[in-house]
Design a binder for this molecule. Structure first.
Ligand code: ADP
Ligand code: ZN
Length: 529
């Protein structure tokens, strides 16, 4: 470790070189640093791996006083601070995990002007004592990291962030920065508003990650599909597999291990020791595949993650973008792969319907889901869709599944009508509603026990859809749900018509559907999930 030096008043380029060993600023970094060093406020939107740290750390070193970094990642503060100290930066943190003696030492160092950077959790900052302490010393800059946590509609909302709105009054004259890798216009607006940054300059980097190849395929047998995806990756590739539940994390990790993949589980319910050990193996070794819930990843700095796989549908495009963004921070080719199916759509709608929150909240969650589904079902370029969601116009990328192999489409009108009239007949004639599985059995003319019992073989649409395979039908249902031409209700995901269904029944709404090439091929190879 080099010894600490005082860089107050130094040229930012010199600091960049001497502290970090970098030759030049990247992208907007130089402009952001110059703006903040001169005392300006900034909102910085940069994708993960874009290099946000330098933009607040360099001003903190150059301006007189201590840079205050507000971060929700208490678990990582220790590592972040150690890394800075190793670079010769005088850094420390204050959080609730600290013993009182240690805390007192940090407070003393701050008051003596011996700290370049001080990390605090937002909840600390909302305690009056902390403000009083900080006011007795001198702050050079306030950086609010992961600023999207202030967004009440977002997936990372932290109520403590709302308390950060009055930092300007508490610390007048100290430039403030809000930094995030999540940047829909909505989040963007919320950050400026709630953190009271009306006159901040906005630095918006492109969210394109050209080295990441996006692939989304229909879910048939997710673990098998995942395994063949992993096996198709170059030998020694490290990756992250995201799945929604803790149980699925454990089962998937176990499955992969049994197949010879060096997979480890990670979720918030695991013992802290195991979690830390698995995380450090993932960071240290090559070729480890971390199977995790979304509890894993924020702040994880492993540049050579070669793939991120999702075997469950993320709740929003923001979440998906952030999770997939953990691949390929080193700029080398990487893959974001996902398998998603009908059950995901039904399950997520149910989570929203039966979950907490008022009507407006549910509506917003529904919109998030719709955008995610639109990305999954698009026949256009995935990247273009993704960037478009963040307000960025682009051309088809040539490096996603749909660009590399244009999806086949077909006219789904007749299929949709058959399905819808089956739903209508069951409802009108018998007052019944069913989930996709049974409806598909009816359409395909299957002779199941339930069909015989219910006498559903007498329905006019019985056997009318035998021209499509079960897998094709599941794909049709999924796409109709994704476009809200149908809705799934209740615990069993029973299907019902939506307001938009009428147009389809009358033949007025076109229903172009994509054919799941994967689903078709895989259905013959593997048994149904
Ligand atoms: P973010 O916080 O935006 O995800 P980081 O600040 O962690 O990104 O930086 C991402 C990676 O880029 C890190 O490995 C960092 O060392 C590297 N990096 C950042 N700025 C530069 C630069 N100017 N030159 C070279 N490497 C850089
Ligand atoms: Zn593309």
């Amino acid at each position: 470790a080099s010894s600490a030096r005082d860089f107050t008043g130094a040229d930012p380029h010199v600091v960049l070189h001497e502290v970090y060993g970098y030759d030049a600023f990247r992208g907007d970094q130089a402009d952001i640093v110059a703006h903040v060093v001169a005392g300006g406020d900034a909102v910085v939107l940069m994708p993960t791996g874009g290099g946000k740290s330098v933009t607040y750390q360099v001003p903190a070193l150059v301006r007189p006083g201590t840079g205050l970094v507000v971060s929700p990642l208490i678990a990582l503060m220790h590592d972040q601070v150690d890394a800075l100290i190793a670079n010769g930066v005088r850094a420390a943190y204050l959080n609730s995990t600290q013993a009182s003696g240690e805390r007192a030492a940090v407070e003393r160092a701050y008051l003596n002007g011996e700290l370049d950077l001080l990390y605090v959790a937002p909840e600390r900052l909302n305690v009056g004592q902390t403000t009083a302490l900080l006011q007795r010393g001198r702050l050079s800059v306030i950086a609010i990291d992961e600023a999207h946590c202030v967004s009440q509609w977002g997936h990372d909302f932290r109520p403590d962030y709302l308390g950060l709105g009055d930092l300007a009054e508490r610390f007048p004259g100290v430039p403030r920065m809000a930094l995030t890798a999540t940047a829909t216009r909505e989040t963007h607006r919320e950050i400026s508003e709630r953190l009271h940054l009306p006159s901040a300059r906005h630095f918006v980097a492109s969210f394109d990650r050209p080295n990441i190849q996006y692939r989304i395929e229909a879910k048939v047998d997710p673990r098998r599909q995942l395994l063949s995806f992993i096996r198709a990756q170059p030998e020694g590739s490290a990756g992250i597999v995201y799945t929604l539940s803790r149980k699925s994390v454990e089962q998937t990790a176990e499955f992969l291990r049994a197949q010879g993949v060096d997979a480890l589980p990670y979720h918030a319910g695991l013992d802290a020791g195991i979690r830390a050990a698995n995380q450090s193996r993932f960071l240290r070794d090559d070729a480890v595949v971390m199977v995790a819930t979304i509890a894993f990843g924020m702040g994880i700095d492993k540049p050579d993650v070669r793939f991120v796989a999702h075997i469950d549908l993320p709740k929003s495009v923001e979440g998906y973008y952030q999770e997939t963004g953990r691949a390929g921070r080193d700029g080398d080719p990487s893959v974001a792969w996902m398998a998603y199916g009908l059950a995901d759509v039904v399950q997520q709608r149910r989570f929203i319907d039966q979950g907490e929150g008022d009507r407006a909240f549910k509506q917003r969650m529904g919109q998030h889901l719709d955008a995610m589904l639109a990305l999954c079902e698009t026949v256009g370029c995935r990247r273009q869709n993704l960037l478009g969601y963040f307000g960025e116009a682009s051309e088809p990328c040539g490096n996603c599944d749909t660009c590399l192999e244009a999806p086949e489409t077909f006219d789904g009108l007749v299929a949709a009508q058959k399905l819808m009239s089956t739903i209508v007949r069951l409802q009108r004639e018998r007052g019944q509603a069913f989930g996709a599985g049974h409806l598909i059995d009816i359409l395909r003319g299957s002779s199941t026990e339930r069909i015989r019992q219910q006498g559903h073989d007498a329905l006019a649409t019985y056997g009318l859809g035998a021209d499509l395979s079960e897998q094709d039908w599941r794909s049709v249902v999924r796409q109709l749900l994704a476009r809200r031409l149908l809705v799934a209700r209740g615990e069993y995901g029973t299907l019902a018509l939506s307001e938009a269904s009428a147009g389809v029944l009358k033949g007025e709404t076109a229903v172009p559907l994509r054919r799941d090439s994967m689903g078709r091929a895989a259905a013959t190879r593997v048994r149904k999930a």
